[in-house]
Ligand binder design. Structure first.
Ligand code: PBG
Length: 335
């Protein structure tokens, strides 16, 4: 006669593999290392000059010499690459954004200086006109203020060539004009820059999380109450992101980017699942500001939330992450 067990025991106890750190490490599905990180930074004219950005506590605009020092720190921490964002003096802003392709512009000088002093860290450039236009839009506008696509693309090609010439390893078009990846790729190939990568901001949303960045580069005042909804994507859309990204790959992009990051984890996962191409997440300025503000109030444990957030990008399918936390995160990961 069979005896009925007096209790039902679960055969599979998932808690078994959660009990100790070595077991947890054995079943960990995603990993986060300094090599996953790209550090965006803001460069300004001057020498030995660091100007704190109030809406991004812990981040300063740096003169080129200090940016080179920071590049060395980033390299020593194992960070893969830097993304350069120039703070353009208002005197050189114009309607046609010509400063964007000045071979001796701030961004170009910065890239040359870093390539020279720290050749083993990757350099990504920002291909977009907003730091250089008097109205703060990412392109050349008509009388009604509409950003003209094809004229803007021509300017982006010039800007991208000047970045490649200054040593950029990766061009990052962040403007969302149609056809710009193909045009930049043709321009690079024709000029012999066959190794220069393009990281397309393929799914860049018309987001309100960019506020602190616009403060940092000084475009917030130029833009005023205007928005970028005629070229950046509607936050409600995801199929459109797949379409954008597929077009950018076909036009010659090497990497796709999703921006912002945390509110768009589903977009990262979709692009990875549908397209199987390298995907980067941009953990943007507003996301940085939210965590720093909560931590400053003692409401969140900054370091733990930072690493959990960065891991979530890897879990969603991102291969790399642009984050203003890169230096601190790399320190924590190394320690
Ligand atoms: C502009 C650009 C923006 C960011 C990167 N490149 C702002 C915008 O589109 O207005 C935002 C990055 C951030 O918020 O950290 N081409």
């Amino acid at each position: 006669m069979q005896t009925q067990p007096s209790r039902q025991f679960p055969k599979t106890r998932l808690r078994r593999v959660r009990r100790t750190e070595f077991l947890r490490a054995m079943v960990r599905e995603s990993s986060l290392t300094p090599a996953d990180l790209i550090l965006p930074f803001f460069v300004q004219p001057g020498r030995q000059l660091a100007s704190p950005i109030p809406s991004m506590p812990g981040v300063s605009r740096l003169s080129i010499d200090l940016a080179v020092e920071q590049a060395k720190q980033a390299r020593d921490l194992g960070i893969s690459a830097l993304a350069v964002f120039p703070v353009t003096p208002s005197e050189v802003k114009s309607l046609d954004a010509a400063e964007a392709w000045n071979p001796d512009g701030l961004a170009q000088q910065t890239m040359r200086a870093i390539k020279d002093a720290v050749p083993d860290i990757g350099i990504m450039s920002d291909a977009a006109l907003d730091p250089f236009t008097t109205h703060g839009q990412d392109g050349i506008i008509d009388d009604a203020g509409y950003v003209l696509n094809d004229q803007t693309v021509e300017a982006l090609v010039r800007q991208s060539l000047s970045h490649a010439d200054a040593g950029a390893d990766i061009i990052g078009p962040s403007d969302m004009m149609d056809g710009r990846i193909g045009a930049i790729r043709d321009g690079l190939e024709n000029a012999g820059f066959i190794h220069t990568c393009i990281m397309s901001y393929a799914a860049k949303y018309a987001s309100s999380y960019y506020g602190p960045f616009r403060d940092a580069v000084g475009s917030a005042g130029n833009l005023g109450k205007a928005d970028k909804k005629t070229y950046q994507m509607d936050p409600a859309n995801v199929d459109e992101a797949v379409q954008e990204a597929a077009m950018d790959l076909a036009e010659g992009a090497d990497f796709l980017m999703v921006k912002p990051g945390l509110p768009y984890l589903d977009v990262i996962a979709r692009l990875k699942a549908d397209l199987k191409a390298p995907v980067t997440a941009y953990h943007v300025s507003g996301e940085y500001a939210m965590l720093e503000a909560a931590a400053a109030n003692g409401w969140l444990d900054r370091d733990k939330v930072m690493l959990e957030t960065l891991m979530s990008f890897k879990r969603a399918g991102a291969d790399a992450i642009l984050t203003y936390h890169a230096l601190d995160a790399a320190r924590l990961l190394q320690g």
